[in-house]
Design a protein around this ligand. Sequence first.
Ligand code: CMC
Length: 435
Amino acid sequence: MATRNTLSVTDNRTGQTYEIPIEDGAVRATELRQIRTDEEDFGLKSYDPGLLNTAPCSSKITFIDGDRGILEHRGYPIDQLAEHCSFLEVAHLLIRGELPDRAELDEWVHQIKVHTLIHENIKKLIDAFRYDAHPMGMLTSTVAALSTFYPDAKNIHAAQVRELQIYRLLGKMPTLAAFAYRHALGFPYIYPDNELGYTGNLLAMIFRMTEKKWKPVPALEQALDKIFILHADHEQNCSANAMRCVGSSHVDPFSATAAACAALYGPLHGGANEAALQMLREIGSKAGIPQFIKRVQAGESRLMGFGHRVYKSYDPRVKIIKGLADTVFEVTGRNELIDIALELERIALDDDYFISRRLYPNIDFYSGLIYQSMGFPVSMFPVLFAIPRTAGWLAQWQEGLLDPEQKIARPRQIYRGKRARDVTPIDKRQAPSSG
Ligand code: CMC
């Protein structure tokens, strides 16, 4: 029998049959509009809270196969990128589509480095925050404020203008992050040192005290650089979706990045590493694990850092980050919580509750332990996620802008509220009964 790439649908309300094209394993939601009961009918919509089965875009940036545990950027597997590349090479790959050659990389790195400084007024803005302001709140606000310093960024249709904002954002995110951290501690701000690499400079801006010249421990700098690669992009997650959605209004990229930062801030997204660390602290010792597992099985708690909406066999980033944890602990000393984490993972992977639900450790199960060992406070964890993810956000933003099929994001709703009521003047209104 000849096969056709179509879907035949019969509307049992009318008895009509429709043939809808299937392309790339998807049907266009707008094709459903032709399915109507009569002339007055708006047409069928698809209802998808949480966008569980909706592709709002096509993309050439990141490929994930959650069942097989595959993550590729522009076709390159994540383990090869982590082994052979620097974070800025991967940022180039995500944004420009190809890995740079030596000359391209030098130019790329140079352009990012000459944009690491921030306007002095941004410092005043940071100063205005309370001493205990969360660094992620400060980062989100200051990224948004950058749009007021660079009004030229509004011209998003000019390729050169977009490129300049990309350099600015990649260059300034570490500086904003470090200044937010220093503000919380009341330490003087440390200006960027462009002789250092991308992650080395971030570490210096965070940890340098009175030293004239501060050099990062190479193993830690490298480990952070690799962790940044692991966090650089993850296709259509909540913050990438926010970046594309806000960007689709043609606002400048600083404002769109602020929206993405806000999305990442939430505990269901970028905040999970913080929660995983807190959980390990609460468990306290290996002896506390069986009791904790019982609570999870009883639905009283979640095993934070486990489970993923997309990965249902394993998260390919976990093997890499576990190796990085060993490297970091050789320098910093073993994080006492790692033994609890390893034992928890061993027990969970052998337990029916987790096996039957296909729950495996995700990257957040380990990243917090590494950050803590490196000396970062827990509140900086989502900030350390936001810096490298900016590369992914910018790639997603630009791809969306250049896609002729994209329009301003404006979904539909299923209205379930009241209709066509007459307004009663205030003196005649009665409060609705509470019963
Ligand atoms: N611990 C215990 N049970 C879990 C967990 C967990 N971590 N995750 C899912 N389950 C159970 C859940 O209770 C449900 O069981 P049942 O079928 O009996 O009701 C089943 O597994 C399916 O869970 P779900 O909530 O429908 O799955 P989801 O795909 O909507 O959620 C998730 C994905 C990542 C939000 C969830 O696994 C979770 O809350 N994990 C812990 C938080 C975490 O580590 N988040 C980081 C995600 S990776 C970073 C990122 O992408 O931002």
